[in-house]
Design a protein around this ligand. Structure first.
Ligand SMILES: Cc1cc2nc3c(=O)[nH]c(=O)nc-3n(C[C@H](O)[C@H](O)[C@H](O)COP(=O)(O)OP(=O)(O)OC[C@H]3O[C@@H](n4cnc5c(N)ncnc54)[C@H](O)[C@@H]3O)c2cc1C
Length: 375
């Protein structure tokens, strides 16, 4: 796909073609909104540093978007999990034969979502590096790229992810989870099982192994900056040596390690202003304990699309549709974010060790699996 350096006008312009922007675009197409323009600073397919795990909620959302069958065909199914506590207790949780989750490389997932949006009439402009929103008074009326190209629209959706600051309010209670990860071929792992490793060096967060195929896995850690900046590579190397040293001996690393932040907040607020809606990680809607963000990005994108379709069709006023959008995001995500807050506190204690020890009892085992799955 090539960029076109011409100014445009549209009904809706969406900044960012990650899961939030593409889901919003696909949903707008489904709801019959015409003249939707989606821009991204990259051309597609493109990579995104991510564990690429899709939870049951994520799978349900892909079904709603009509893209699940395509994603399923390119995904690695997950039936269970190996859990290691900070006290080095190990437990295997199983969801039975049913795939409880999948891993789908972001290069593939995001491209499939984009293709669904294109099939519903959305126009995509790649290599559009947005630098500012266009305003008339207090109202956002479009976006402008570094090369001066503009797209003017009745509505602007901001979906630029964790790094992008364009069109966002200055003051927000923004918190950061740091992450670093790599990819390897031929690491021994139990088929169709992912791994979550809680370790005191990165608490309250965890390290993971997610299988992407029969032969390739991604391994990474999430952590918070403590007093002074930590050296991410040293922290990751220590984690790998302790938990994967033996299993990496015969493995081949694929590409270099990559670091990327995840931004989040317990507060879901300031998502709307005249003429614009914020969706996805730009709106700080990621899970405080697991760093899951794909599901929240797609879901908030769909809710944002619904609000804009209502306004453009004359069914609702902007004020009413925008406040409904913010209310729906809160009711969709806040409970699980608060549960994540509780889990962050629990993860600093020996409680998980106790649960795993008790999980030798079958009833507790299935309860523990349910608690982790519902986070
Ligand atoms: C290491 C790591 C592991 C993770 N693992 C998981 C996981 O396993 N499961 C999960 O659910 N979540 C995971 N996440 C979180 C998840 O990756 C994000 O929350 C999710 O991608 C957010 O989607 P989004 O569409 O809001 O933003 P993004 O996916 O970041 O998409 C933003 C898009 O906007 C574009 N863009 C940015 N700035 C501009 C600009 N100025 N102009 C034009 N375009 C722009 C970008 O190119 C990009 O395509 C992980 C995150 C990290 C860092």
């Amino acid at each position: 796909m090539t960029s076109e350096n011409i100014d445009r006008t549209a009904n809706v312009v969406i900044l960012g073609a990650g899961p939030a922007g593409t889901a919003a675009a696909a949903q707008l197409g489904l709801l019959g909104v015409r003249d939707v323009v989606l821009v991204d600073r990259h051309d597609f397919p493109r990579d995104k540093t991510c564990g690429s795990g899709l939870s049951p909620r994520g799978i349900e959302t892909l079904k709603e978007l009509g893209v699940w069958e395509d994603v399923k065909a390119h995904s690695y199914p997950i039936h269970g999990m190996r859990l290691v506590t900070r006290g080095d207790r190990e437990s295997w949780q199983s969801a039975g034969e049913q795939a409880a989750a999948v891993v789908c490389q972001r290069r593939i997932l995001d491209h499939l979502l984009l293709k669904k949006a294109l099939s519903r009439g959305v126009k995509f402009i790649p290599n559009f590096n947005a630098t500012e929103v266009l305003k008339e008074g207090e109202r956002v009326v479009g976006i402008k790229a570094a090369d001066g190209t503009t797209v003017r629209a009745k509505y602007v959706l901001i979906a630029g992810g964790s790094h992008c600051r364009v069109g966002l309010p200055e003051q927000r209670p923004r918190r950061i989870i740091q992450a670093i990860m790599g990819w390897w071929d031929n690491v021994p792992f139990r088929a169709h099982h992912l791994e979550m490793i809680f370790d005191a060096s990165i608490e309250p967060y965890y390290g993971w192994l997610f299988p992407e195929s029969e032969t390739r896995v991604n391994i990474g850690i999430t952590y918070e900056e403590r007093d002074g900046k930590q050296n991410a590579r040293e922290l990751f190397q220590r984690f790998l040596d302790k938990h994967y040293g033996e299993r990496l001996k015969g493995a081949t690393q694929v590409g270099g390690w990559k670091g990327h932040p995840v931004v989040w907040s317990y507060a879901i607020e300031k998502l709307t202003a005249p003429g614009r809606i914020v969706i996805g990680e730009s709106g700080l809607m990621t899970h405080p304990a697991t760093a899951e963000g794909i599901y929240q990005a797609m879901k908030s994108g769909m809710l944002g699309a619904g609000a804009i379709a209502d306004i453009l069709s004359g069914r609702r006023s902007e004020t009413s549709a925008f406040s409904d959008y913010e209310r729906r995001c809160k009711s969709q995500f806040l409970l699980s974010f608060w549960a994540g807050g509780v889990f962050r506190r629990v993860a600093r204690t020996d409680a998980l060790d106790w649960v795993v020890q008790a999980s030798q009892v079958p009833a507790v085992k299935s309860t523990a699996a349910r608690i982790l799955a519902s986070l």
